[in-house]
Design a protein around this ligand. Structure first.
Ligand SMILES: Nc1ncnc2c1ncn2[C@@H]1O[C@H](COP(=O)(O)OP(=O)(O)OP(=O)(O)O)[C@@H](O)[C@H]1O
Length: 664
C-alpha cells in the first residue's frame, strides 16, 4: 500500500506548549469552546457557566497560536464588557491581547462608516444623533408637515421613533409593524410612511445619522460593495459575538457580512437570558443560528460556578415554564446554601424597611455593601427604598435611570461641541441658538437657515447688529471660534464652553449649582480624550449613568450598594441579591400578560435577576400599593405561584412588639 502524507496547515497547527495551562483552568466544555478552531460555532451557555471566561481564554488561545491580534474582532453588548474581557485576556496572557479589536456593533459600524461614509454620500465627519436628537428631529418634521392631524390622534414623536426603529431592527414593513403593535394608527399609515421618508431625507441632507442608521448603512455599504466587503471581512480572521441572544435580525446579517471571507465565527449566548425584544432583539436568532451555517458546531456550557445550588434550583424551575428554549441542564457542584426567600410585605414601605434592615444585618456579617444589590423591573420601583436608604445613611448607586448625557444641561453643552466638529449640524445649531436670551424658535430657524446658505461665513457675520441678543451672539461666536481655531484638547474646549454656558444655566435652571457641578465633573472625565469627535461619539454611543456620575464625584464613603434595573444588571453578579416589587403587573409587566412571547420574555427577565446571586436571594412584594386613586391590593408575580416551599421559602415580616404598641 502506498502512503501519502498530508501536510498540516501551519496556522491550524496547535502550539504544544502553551503559556496558559488551559486544561487546569477550564472545564471540559469550556476547553472545547476555547480550542475550537475554524468554522462557525454556537456556544450555548447557561447563566454563570463561564461564558465570559471562555471568550477571554479563546482570545488568548488564538493569540498564543499566532493569530495576529488585530485580526480578531470581539463584539459585545457594551463597550465596557469588551474592555474588561480584553484586559482579562491581557492579564492571563500578555499585552498582545490589547491589540484585539473589541466593542459593540454600533461602535464597529461607526468606525467603518467614518472610513467609508463618502461611498454612501455622507461626509466623513457625519454627526451621530442620540435618541433625544432623533426625537427632536421627528418632532420638528411632525409639527411642520402634520400639524393638521393632531386632532386625529396622530402618533407622537416617541411612538414614531419606536415604530421606525422597529421597522429597521426587525426588518418588517411599516404595515406589519403598525398591524402588530400599533393597530390604532393604521389609519395614518400613508402619512407615517411619508414622515419616515422625510426624516431619512433630512438626515441625509444634513449629514447626520441616528443609531439605527449605523447598522443599516453598514449593511448597505457591505452588501452593495463587494470590494469593501471583502476588504473589511478579510481583516476579520476570527469574529466572536457575545450575548448573541440579544442581537436582532439586522445584526445577524451584519455578523454574516463581517465574517464572510474566513467564516470563523463563534457566537455565544444564553437563549434563557434574552431580554431585549423591545429593542428589536430576536432570541430566535440564536435558535436559528445552526440552520444558517451548515457546518456549525454546537457547544454547551452547563456547569454553573456562580450560584449556590438552591438558587440554581429556583432558576431552573422558573425556566421550566418557558415555551421556546434550547434544552440545557444547569448544574453546580456547590450543594450547600440557604433557600431563596419570598418575602411578603404589607406595603411598599415595609418592603423597603425589610431590605434596608437585612442589608445592615448582612453588613454586620462582613458582607460588604458593594457585594449586595437590589434589582427591580422599572427605575421607579426603587423610589420608596431610596428614601429609606437615605434615612439610614446607606450609600448606594443606581443604574438604569436617566443617562448623564441625556440631561438637558449636558446636552446643551454637547450641542456646542457638535457644531465645532460638524458646522452643518443644524439640530445642534438650533439648540444652542435657542439658549440665547431673546431668540425663539422662529429666529433660531431663520439663523440656522442663514448659516446653511452661508457655509463659509459663520455666525459672527450674521446680520444681528440691531438685535437685543447681539452681545450674547458675539460671546457665543467668540467661544466657538476659540475652540475651532486654537485646536484645544477636549477638556479645554469643554471648559471654554462651560465658561460661556454658566450664566445661561444660572438663568434657566433653579437647581443650577448641581448642574454646574455635573459639568465640572464632566470636564474632568474628558481629560482622558485627545479628540473632540471621539469624545462625542463615545458619549452618544455609550452614555454614562447620571447617578453613577454623582457618586463618582462624591464617593468618600464605603463602597456603595447597587440599585439597578434588571436590564442593567446583565452580566453582573453579587453575593446577595434582593428582587423587589415582584408583582403581577410589574414583573410580568401589565403590557405583557396578553401575549405569550412577551410573557416568556418577562420570565427570562426574572431568570436573569435570580441568576445574578451567588449566596443569598430574597424576592419581595407588597400586598398593597398606593396610587393616585388611593390604596389597592396587589398580587405576587404569577411566575412564583406554584413554586413549592422546598425551593422558595416563605418569609413573614413581624413588627417588634414595642414598635407595634407605639404605632397603635
Ligand atoms: N472553570 C472555572 N473554574 C472556576 N471558576 C469559574 C470557572 N468558569 C467560570 N468561573 C466563575 O464563575 C462565575 C461566572 O462566570 P462568568 O461571569 O464568566 O459567567 P457568564 O456565563 O458570563 O455569566 P452570565 O451569562 O450569567 O452573566 C465567575 O465568578 C467566574 O470566575
Amino acid at each position: 500500500m502506498k502512503k501519502f502524507i498530508l501536510q498540516t496547515d501551519n496556522r491550524s497547527q496547535r502550539s504544544s506548549n502553551y503559556q496558559i495551562p488551559y486544561r487546569e483552568q477550564l472545564n471540559t466544555q469550556q476547553l472545547g469552546a476555547v480550542m475550537h478552531d475554524d468554522g462557525p460555532a454556537l456556544v450555548i451557555a447557561g447563566a454563570g457557566t463561564g461564558k465570559t471566561r471562555t471568550l477571554v481564554y479563546r482570545v488568548a488561545r488564538l493569540v498564543e497560536d499566532g493569530t495576529p491580534p488585530e485580526s480578531i474582532l470581539l463584539l459585545t453588548f457594551t463597550r465596557r464588557a469588551a474592555r474588561e474581557m480584553l484586559n482579562r485576556a491581557t492579564d492571563v496572557l500578555d499585552n498582545r491581547c490589547k491589540k484585539v479589536r473589541g466593542g459593540t456593533f454600533h461602535h464597529y459600524c461607526n468606525l467603518l462608516l467614518h472610513r467609508y461614509a463618502e461611498e454612501l454620500g455622507y461626509p466623513r465627519n457625519f454627526t451621530l444623533l442620540d435618541q433625544s436628537d432623533a426625537m427632536d428631529t421627528i418632532h420638528h418634521i411632525r409639527s411642520t408637515y402634520y400639524h393638521h392631524l393632531r386632532l386625529k390622534r396622530f402618533p407622537q414623536k416617541q411612538t414614531l421613533s419606536a415604530i421606525f426603529s422597529s421597522m429597521i431592527n426587525t426588518r418588517r414593513s411599516l404595515y406589519e409593524v403598525l398591524a402588530d403593535g400599533y393597530p390604532r394608527f393604521l389609519e395614518h399609515h400613508d402619512a407615517v410612511a411619508e414622515l419616515f421618508d422625510r426624516y431619512n431625507r433630512y438626515k441625509r441632507d444634513n449629514g447626520v445619522m441616528d443609531f439605527d442608521d449605523l447598522l443599516t448603512q453598514t449593511r448597505v455599504l457591505l452588501s452593495g460593495n463587494d470590494d469593501i466587503r471583502r476588504k473589511v471581512a478579510s481583516q476579520n480572521r476570527y469574529v466572536m459575538v457575545d450575548e448573541y441572544q440579544d442581537t436582532n435580525n439586522l445584526q445577524a446579517d451584519l455578523v454574516a457580512l463581517f465574517s464572510s471571507v474566513h467564516e470563523n465565527l463563534m457566537v455565544v449566548g444564553d437563549d434563557a437570558q434574552s431580554i431585549y425584544a423591545f429593542r428589536g432583539a430576536n432570541f430566535k436568532n440564536i435558535l436559528a443560528f445552526p440552520d444558517l451555517y451548515d457546518n456549525c458546531k454546537i457547544l454547551k456550557l452547563e456547569e454553573n460556578y456562580r450560584s449556590a445550588e438552591p438558587i440554581l434550583k429556583l432558576a431552573n424551575s422558573l425556566m421550566d415554564k418557558a415555551n421556546d428554549k434550547f434544552d440545557k441542564n444547569l448544574y453546580t457542584r456547590r450543594s450547600s446554601g440557604d433557600l431563596p426567600g419570598i418575602v411578603k410585605a404589607s406595603n411598599e414601605n415595609e418592603q423597603s424597611r425589610f431590605v434596608a434592615q437585612m442589608l445592615l444585618q448582612l453588613r454586620e456579617q462582613e458582607i460588604p455593601l458593594n457585594d449586595m444589590a437590589v434589582l427591580f423591573r422599572n427605575g421607579r420601583d426603587s423610589y420608596d427604598l431610596e428614601w429609606e436608604l437615605n434615612k439610614l445613611n446607606i450609600p448606594f448607586r443606581k443604574f438604569g435611570g436617566q443617562k448623564f448625557a441625556e440631561a438637558a444641561h449636558i446636552r446643551d453643552v454637547l450641542a456646542h461641541l457638535r457644531v465645532v466638529v460638524n458646522p452643518e449640524d443644524q439640530i445642534a445649531w438650533n439648540r444652542i441658538l435657542m439658549l440665547v436670551d431673546g431668540i425663539g424658535p422662529k429666529t433660531a430657524s431663520e439663523l440656522v437657515n442663514w448659516l446653511r446658505l452661508n457655509k463659509n461665513r459663520g455666525l459672527r457675520e450674521a446680520d444681528v447688529a440691531s438685535k437685543s441678543y447681539k452681545k450674547q451672539i458675539d460671546q457665543l461666536s467668540e467661544a466657538l471660534s476659540d475652540i475651532s481655531t486654537k485646536k484645544n484638547k477636549p477638556s479645554e474646549a469643554l471648559e471654554r464652553i462651560i465658561a460661556y454656558y454658566t450664566p445661561v444655566c444660572e438663568n434657566r435652571y433653579d437647581d443650577h449649582p448641581k448642574r454646574i457641578k455635573d459639568l465640572e465633573a464632566f470636564a474632568g472625565l474628558s481629560r482622558n480624550y485627545t479628540g473632540l469627535d471621539q469624545l462625542l461619539q463615545d458619549l452618544t454611543l455609550e452614555p454614562l449613568d447620571a447617578s453613577a456620575m454623582e457618586t463618582e464625584a462624591s464617593a468618600k464613603d464605603e463602597p456603595p450598594l447597587t440599585l439597578t434595573t434588571i436590564h442593567s444588571a446583565k452580566g453582573l453578579e453579587w453575593d446577595t441579591v434582593f428582587i423587589i416589587q415582584c408583582l403581577d403587573g410589574v414583573l410580568p409587566s401589565g403590557y405583557a400578560v396578553e401575549n405569550a412571547s412577551a410573557l416568556d420574555e418577562e420570565l427570562r427577565l426574572l431568570y436573569v435577576a435570580c441568576t445574578r446571586a451567588r449566596e443569598r436571594l430574597f424576592i419581595s412584594y407588597p400586598v398593597t400599593r398606593e396610587s393616585s386613586y388611593g390604596e389597592f391590593f396587589s398580587n405576587p408575580s404569577r411566575f412564583l405561584e406554584d413554586i413549592p416551599e422546598y425551593i422558595l421559602e416563605t418569609w413573614k415580616l413581624v413588627e417588634e412588639p414595642d414598635q407595634k404598641r407605639l404605632g397603635e
